[in-house]
Design a protein around this ligand. Sequence first.
Ligand SMILES: NC(=O)c1ccc[n+]([C@@H]2O[C@H](COP(=O)([O-])OP(=O)(O)OC[C@H]3O[C@@H](n4cnc5c(N)ncnc54)[C@H](O)[C@@H]3O)[C@@H](O)[C@H]2O)c1
Length: 303
Amino acid sequence: MKNVLIIGGNGFIGQNLSKTLLKYQYNVFSFDIQLPKLKLEKVNYLVGDFFDDEILEKSLSGIDLVVHSLSTVNPGNSNTRFLQGYSRDFVQSVKLFDMCIKKNIRVIFLSSGGTVYGVQKKQPIVEDTIAAPINHYGSVKLCIETVMKTFNTQLHTKMIIARISNPYGPGQDYNKGVGFIDAALKKCLNGETIEIWGDGEVVRDYIYIDDVCEMICSLINYNGEQEVFNLSSNEGVSLNRVIDELKQLNLQPHVIYKDSRSVDVSKVVLDNSRIEKIHPMKIRSFKEGISEYYNYLKGSKNQ
Ligand SMILES: NC(=O)c1ccc[n+]([C@@H]2O[C@H](COP(=O)([O-])OP(=O)(O)OC[C@H]3O[C@@H](n4cnc5c(N)ncnc54)[C@H](O)[C@@H]3O)[C@@H](O)[C@H]2O)c1
């Protein structure tokens, strides 16, 4: 039974991952600056600041695997907060990797497939594509990835980079700056207007959070040659298609279209054949996933 520590474990991905790890009988440790609203019975909660070296190092005691699931910037704010991304998130991530190497701890880093690749003609995008982020969030992720690869080459470590596309599902909060599906569903349920930047033809690769967590778990014991994995659905869905699906769910979305943002790439669909090869699984279609999340939200609203 392995001890898995999730850094940023009480966030959207961290909390869902905790549940999946428990399902697979791992001992789960969650390191976060704050406790979650709802604690999971079997999770060991460690409260601390990622940027406090001493506390971070202490949290690694007895751990076999670290999932790095923390970023203090997002795609929307990273172009103004870029120094925070490089001087804090990047530097502290390198320190974390160094600590993990010294303690012989395996690492999985949650990177962003939605932003590291940037504008790419060839879709779906494969992992070996030359990344070209168009915002600093993606660029910080790429810097962190590069250091991991250098450690892997130099020291023969097996650190893994998981490039997640656009996850959605229970526990997400679009107010943090990402999550169009979350925003669209919640705004519909609350009778609020959905804002779309651009003409709605921007295409994303949405993936249900449980499928992402399942994929992350499949990487825990991976021992092959690959360092980078796209964790994605491989299904391109436009914002306008999202709105159509809301109507299929008998919702009545009210939408306004605004000028497009420079931080958004027009199309990102990630090829997932690499992860599929090591862990074949049934990935929810977009139709199935949005309906499942809608039913979840409806259920929690009625409680
Ligand atoms: N959500 C997405 O769409 C998405 C997509 C691809 C990659 N990612 C990456 O996955 C990771 C997790 O994303 P998320 O959506 O779960 O984020 P989140 O913001 O929901 O969770 C991050 C957690 O980190 C904690 N945290 C922040 N600063 C901290 C500090 N100084 N010390 C300790 N804890 C701190 C927060 O309290 C929060 O619980 C991030 O690295 C993100 O870049 C997210």
